[in-house]
Design a protein around this ligand. Structure first.
Ligand code: HGY
Ligand code: MN
Ligand code: MN
Length: 416
């Protein structure tokens, strides 16, 4: 059985992790930043050294096209190299570098599969600076227009379009000539299940749904010392009550995961009562129906005056609040991956002599978006302690190499 080069994959992972490495630990390559471009350029250079044609599209997605002359429809493998604020070195990068390693192994073998193989590195999968997340793959499948993507602005009002123009980040290429019909993504699990079960490979059958919201609570700022407590209109107090109430949703909706990960106060000063608090809500659920249920609860909770909420006879949303506004930042439905791709991943894990189990993904991924256009699937490897989006993120070399070998075997199976 052909195998990837373990040492080359591991040294590439180490090398890419030096781009954006943070002083104490971790990596930061926020989408559409200089470091993000440097990370993408590193991949472009490696592809060029391999003699693989590189294409950049209008939002900055990178494609490495090999074996384009083959007759069959294209098979796409990849992930993302942008990261969250204090990231580990494997989230996204493993999928792109394992795809690079598969290409290099296939080229070295001298064999020519029956279809073009395309490495993909999608821009702004994380969505931490510019929303929505999975922006590059949403654009690629036609779910997000270029103008909407370019007009997304960060907290300082800088837009994606401005950053793309400043960095000369984009191109005009497409891969439409390759009639891609399959996408496969290798990714770290970012959760505890595989490690807990002692299993090498997660055969991902689908991804849970995601619903992100931004909530803004208004009050009036005033002097912290002179203003009696009963005369305050404290946005901070009102926001904390809403946050506490929102956090009861998972008790009402089993398997709902709700996170309030970002809270911004204004004017954010020690001796001033805040007049504005903006916070985000990240909700996830494997069932579309339950996710909608959670969204309805959220909307009722945020629309109603506090007093009424305790009254069981109240009609939800009966009295709109003027001091609370909220908007959806991102929304992706749960998806089930193509059974033939799931099967190919299972067989590839067996080919590689690795243990495997079926599971759904707790985290959102580009594959969840590519699924709208191509039959898609994912391969997971264990994350130590289930930790991710954190410099402590770690996967053992044997699992990194094992995952890449399963990707290689799945590519061979899907392109025979
Ligand atoms: O948020 C997520 O689930 C992914 O890591 N972007
Ligand atoms: Mn990721
Ligand atoms: Mn991530």
């Amino acid at each position: 059985m052909s195998r990837i080069s373990a040492s080359r994959l591991l040294s590439n992972l180490d090398e890419l992790a030096t781009i954006g490495s943070l002083e104490h630990a971790g990596v930061q390559r926020l989408a559409f930043s200089d470091l993000d471009l440097e990370g993408r350029s590193w991949v472009v250079n490696r592809l060029k050294k391999l003699g693989v044609e590189t294409r950049i599209d209008a939002i900055g997605n990178l494609f490495g096209v090999w074996n384009a002359e083959a007759d069959g429809p294209g098979l796409m493998i990849g992930s993302h190299t942008d990261t969250v604020g204090r990231a580990g070195r494997y989230d996204g990068s493993l999928g792109v570098l394992a795809a690079l390693e598969v290409l290099e192994t296939l080229i070295e073998s001298g064999e020519r599969p029956a279809r073009p193989i395309i490495l993909a590195s999608f821009v702004n999968e994380e969505g931490v600076r510019f929303m929505p997340d999975m922006m590059g793959s949403l654009y690629h499948v036609g779910s997000l227009s270029l103008s909407d993507a370019r007009s997304a602005a960060d907290a300082d009002g800088i837009t994606v379009g401005e950053e793309c123009d400043r960095l000369a980040y984009t191109g005009s290429a497409t891969i439409d000539d390759l009639s891609v019909d399959t996408f496969l993504e290798l990714h770290i699990e970012q959760g505890p299940l595989l490690e807990r079960e002692g299993i090498d490979i997660g055969v991902v059958t689908g991804v849970q749904g995601l619903s992100w919201w931004e909530v803004t609570v208004k009050g009036s700022s005033n002097h912290a010392g002179t203003t009696p407590m009963n005369l305050r209109d404290d946005a901070g107090l009102k926001a904390s009550k809403l946050m506490t109430a929102l956090r009861t949703l998972p008790n009402r909706i089993p398997d709902l995961r709700l996170t309030i990960g970002s809270v911004r106060y204004h004017p954010n000063l020690v001796n001033v009562i805040p007049d504005t608090v903006t916070f985000t809500v990240d909700m996830r659920h494997p069932s579309e129906e339950k996710l909608i249920h959670a969204e309805n609860y959220l909307s009722d909770l945020l629309s109603d005056t506090g007093a009424q909420r305790d009254d069981p006879s109240r009609t939800p949303g009966s009295e709109a609040r003027s001091d609370v506004s909220f908007k959806s930042l991102a929304r992706v439905s749960p998806c089930d991956f193509a059974s033939e791709v799931v099967k190919a991943v299972e067989q590839a894990a067996d080919d590689a002599g690795l243990t495997r189990m079926r599971m759904i993904s707790g985290a959102g991924h580009d594959a969840q978006i590519l699924h709208r256009r191509y039959r898609s699937g994912m391969i997971f490897i264990p994350s130590r302690g289930g930790i991710s989006h954190n410099p402590e993120e770690y996967s053992e070399p044997r699992h990194l190499v094992g995952g890449a070998n399963v990707l290689l075997q799945a590519v061979l199976r899907l392109s025979s």
